[in-house]
Design a protein around this ligand. Structure first.
Ligand code: AMP
Length: 445
């Protein structure tokens, strides 16, 4: 199938050609005709599948073809994005695909001053791409009205849920007109997202592209067993390979991001880091340095990296194994995009073997193991940290005081943390027994 078979106008087809796309991706083939017909769509697809063009192209066409319901410049399409990076990227794409279409778009997100965004809104925007928090803030100040929205897109609904935005999303939806077209995209469909979809969509068409197999097949993946303390040496050595043109390194924690950047700098490797505690400006500067090739290593947490789209990303390093196996797919999806080959390298220390098993179960195969100068030597999992229970508070008479801020169920368990139930299947409890020698079969239950 070609783009011209999807019913898009010649001017949009020209923009697509200029972007360099030759054939539509599966999500584009399935979604574009439905959106052009005015249908509500429930799309199961993640970033990296060409999802943005799947909704942006038909939105641009519909807005251009249907006359606005008001003469004044009003917001005709609203796209909600969970992160600033994804919002900015979506906006970039709208500008690229919509060149010469005569439709204005703007982007709204928190972490920066609102003046520029408010000015852009005053100038008038047909299409607004927004993160929920800042949008609600501006709505509260009476600076944004959504009464004339014709097409509403909720992007990465599962991420919205993870990040605690679901109530904000519902508040925003209440301000939209009843009569509208709605498109909801999500990489996964947990029950809460299904419920949201039922509430928001009217008689939707379901579109699903399988992110797991498509991503996994395109990417060259491998695994190193390496002790935690040696990961920095191994990473520095692997980054010396000239094949690593641009690398995204994933750390589980924000502190980890800073530490990896520091360790690499000590070894003379320029790296930039992004995570949620950095200011929007610092994040944007880091991204720009990476995009322009000024530094070829970007270190990020899962959330900060979400939605990053860097053309020609050659390598992804899982410095830490992800806690959720699905995050592995999201991570490695940053490379090998739109058919380009990429490489994903995972580091696994003894404490992460359980997460590795979960990833392999999800992708349905074992990651091929490679040997390094730093073979795993520590084969006994770190014992779980034992927290001492806090001493009970006593009154002047020496009697125990009631735990005032605890729920009734917590009170019955006592005031210390030692009574806290362990999450079932927690890595530490499962890995609590000593492993005598490094044996691949043994690690992999
Ligand atoms: P997205 O899922 O929208 O973030 O897109 C992922 C990447 O694929 C971006 O770099 C897009 O520019 C690119 N892309 C989108 N559609 C196509 C296409 N039909 N052909 C080639 N690349 C595409």
């Amino acid at each position: 199938m070609e783009f011209k078979d999807l019913g898009l106008t010649p001017s949009l087809l020209r923009n697509i050609r200029n972007t360099g796309y030759e054939t539509p991706t599966p999500i584009q083939q399935a979604t574009i005709p439905l959106v052009l017909e005015g249908k509500d769509v429930l799309g199961c697809a993640q970033t990296g599948t060409g999802k943005t063009a799947a909704f942006a192209l038909p939105i641009l066409q519909r807005l251009k073809e249907t006359p606005p319901k008001r003469n004044a410049k009003v917001i005709r399409s609203l796209i909600l994005s969970p992160t600033r990076e994804l919002a900015l990227q979506t906006w970039d794409n709208f500008q690229l695909y919509g060149k010469g279409e005569g439709l204005d778009s703007t982007v709204i997100f928190g972490g920066v001053g609102q003046v520029g965004q408010v000015e852009a809104l005053h100038r008038g925007a047909d299409i607004v791409i927004a993160c929920p928090g800042r949008l609600l803030d501006l709505m509260g100040q009476g600076l944004v009205r959504l009464d004339w929205v014709e097409i509403f897109v909720l992007d990465e609904a599962d991420r919205m849920l993870d990040m605690g935005f679901i109530h904000d999303v519902r508040k925003i939806v209440r301000c939209l007109p009843e009569e509208r077209q709605t498109l909801l995209f999500s990489a996964t469909m947990p029950p809460e997202v299904e419920k949201l979809a039922l509430d928001l969509l009217t008689d939707p068409e379901n579109v699903k592209v399988d992110p797991v197999t498509s991503t996994v097949e395109a990417i060259d993946q491998c695994l190193y067993y390496v002790d935690k303390a040696n990961k920095k040496h191994l990473l520095a050595q692997l980054l010396e390979d000239p094949d690593v043109e641009s690398a995204l390194v994933f750390s589980r924690t924000k502190h980890g991001v800073d530490r990896i950047v520091r360790d690499l700098k000590r070894k003379g490797i320029e790296a930039a880091g992004i995570h949620g505690d950095k200011s929007q400006n610092a994040r944007q500067t880091a991204l720009n340095r990476f995009r322009t090739g000024e530094c070829r290593v970007l270190v990020a947490t899962d959330i900060a990296a979400r939605g990053i789209d860097v053309a020609g990303l050659s390598h992804v390093f899982n410095y830490d194994m992800p806690m959720e196996p699905e995050a592995y797919i999201h991570r490695i999806g940053r490379t090998g995009r739109a058919g380009r080959a990429g490489t994903a390298v995972s580091f696994c220390c003894i404490d992460e073997v359980k997460q590795l098993n979960q990833v392999e179960k999800l992708i349905g195969r074992r990651l091929p193991e490679k040997k390094s100068d730093w073979p795993m030597e520590i084969t006994t999992p770190t014992p779980p940290k034992v927290r001492e229970p806090k001493p009970a508070k006593v009154d002047r008479m020496g009697n125990a005081m009631p735990a005032r801020h605890l729920s009734p169920s917590a009170r019955t368990r006592g005031s210390g943390t030692s009574g806290r139930p362990q999450a079932p299947g927690s890595p530490r409890s499962a890995m609590g027994r000593p492993v005598r020698r490094v044996n691949r079969q043994k690690h992999r239950s």
